[in-house]
Design a protein around this ligand. Structure first.
Ligand code: MG
Length: 389
């Protein structure tokens, strides 16, 4: 069934202060603004395809900003005005011929599935549907610095995107407006009105802000930060002793009368911490990402495993809150090396040392650690992640 297509307009040339990157490619909460907007639309199950209208010079930026998104958006090239850009995007969707098209600005990253649902419901009945918010401030008309009139605000709304339309109707309306030489229509609802299509208003959302002025970035960053949640994960690892003269524990080499056996450097502390972070992310385990069967990891320094898990957190917009590890062995003594271990873990994970705990215990001579057959490590990682992840 031809479904719901999202057409995102991202061809603007406006930049953030002190930057030459168009603002839709600037980072918001660690991700390009356009990617955030596409991900938000991607959470609407009804949306089955994506088309993005981009500036001719932005091919490489677009590819980088949308890397890995599924389904991959198709691309159309922008025109001299927003209205022309939308028309190009609609023409690019002709073959797909969706029933409904949602036309959305790249600068509104907080669009919700609920709002899309309300709009689609009205568009499915054959109307244009736009989200609006009633005015709460008093409105004045000002002429030459003086108030000329107080405008009654009854029936006045500010209008947002996405705006939803039956695809063939809005395509025909855009073609008709272009043929009539009208390039001054400021939103797609105006194009629909021009062509005589009935436009209905649905309740918009306060959160669905458009990032336009410098202060909007700070507000949007704060909105993202307020929607972070805390997650924890645990990790456990064991390595057996073998012949050698030193062990690696939590990124520190400690002279000892034996070494730990393993495919990599056998750093049980870093392995347990890596698994704890991967656990908090719900992203497999160290063996899945770095298979012991792969010769590439033979003798590898384990800091790269931990660094990779930390990178996965950052890549998904999260951050490490704290890391805590317990080493279980009769020997070597951990106490004298504890501070260096904390510093090493903190450096690898890119967090302050105060957020890293390293503790040690013996097993009172009991079990395999008590018999000095190996070392075990337990770890917990606490991370902050965007709620929508
Ligand atoms: Mg291991």
């Amino acid at each position: 069934m031809p479904g719901l297509a999202a057409l995102v307009v991202a061809a603007g040339r406006g930049v953030r202060a002190a930057s030459d990157v168009p603002k839709q490619y600037a980072l918001l909460g660690g991700k390009p603004l356009l990617r955030r907007t596409l991900e938000a639309l991607g959470r609407c199950e009804a949306v089955t395809q994506f088309c993005v209208v981009i500036g001719e010079a932005d091919q490489a930026r677009f590819a980088a900003a949308t890397d890995g998104l599924r389904p991959a958006p198709s691309v159309a090239t922008g025109g001299p005005t927003r209205q022309a850009s939308v028309r190009h995007g609609l023409e690019a969707l002709v073959d797909a011929d969706p029933q409904i098209v949602l036309i959305h600005d790249a600068a509104r990253p907080f669009v919700s599935p609920r709002l899309v649902g309300r709009l689609a419901e009205v568009a499915e009945q054959g109307f244009a549907a736009i989200p609006g918010l009633s005015l709460t401030d008093t409105i004045k008309r000002v002429e030459e610095g003086a108030v000329a009139a107080t405008v009654p605000r009854d029936g006045l709304y500010t209008v947002q995107t996405p705006q939803a339309f039956p695809f063939r109707a809005i395509l025909a309306a855009h073609r008709q407006a272009a043929a009539a030489g009208r390039e001054d229509l400021t939103d797609d609802a105006a194009v629909a009105e021009f062509a005589g299509l009935e436009v209905r208003l649905v309740e918009g959302e306060e959160r669905n802000i458009k990032i336009t002025r410098p202060g909007d970035w700070a507000r949007a960053e704060a909105m993202i930060a307020a929607r972070m949640e805390t997650r924890t994960g645990q990790g456990y690892d064991v390595h057996a002793f073998g012949p050698g003269e030193a062990v690696w524990l939590c990124g520190v080499e400690i002279p000892h009368d034996r070494a730990l056996l393993g495919h990599s450097d056998a750093d049980v502390g870093l392995h347990a911490l890596t698994d704890a972070i991967l656990g908090a992310l719900g992203d497999g385990d160290i063996g899945a990402h770095f298979p012991p069967s792969d010769p590439v990891w033979k003798g590898a320094s384990s800091d790269r495993f931990l660094a990779d898990a930390v990178r996965r957190v950052a890549e998904r917009g999260g951050a490490i809150v704290n890391l805590d590890v317990t080493l279980i062995c009769e020997a070597p003594k951990i106490g004298p090396h504890r501070e260096r271990m904390r510093e090493a873990v903190a450096r690898i994970a890119g967090v302050p040392t105060a957020r890293v705990g390293v503790k040690a215990t013996t097993s009172e001579g009991l079990g395999f650690t008590g018999r000095r057959e190996g070392i075990a490590a337990l770890a917990i990682a606490t991370i902050r992640m965007p709620e929508e992840e």
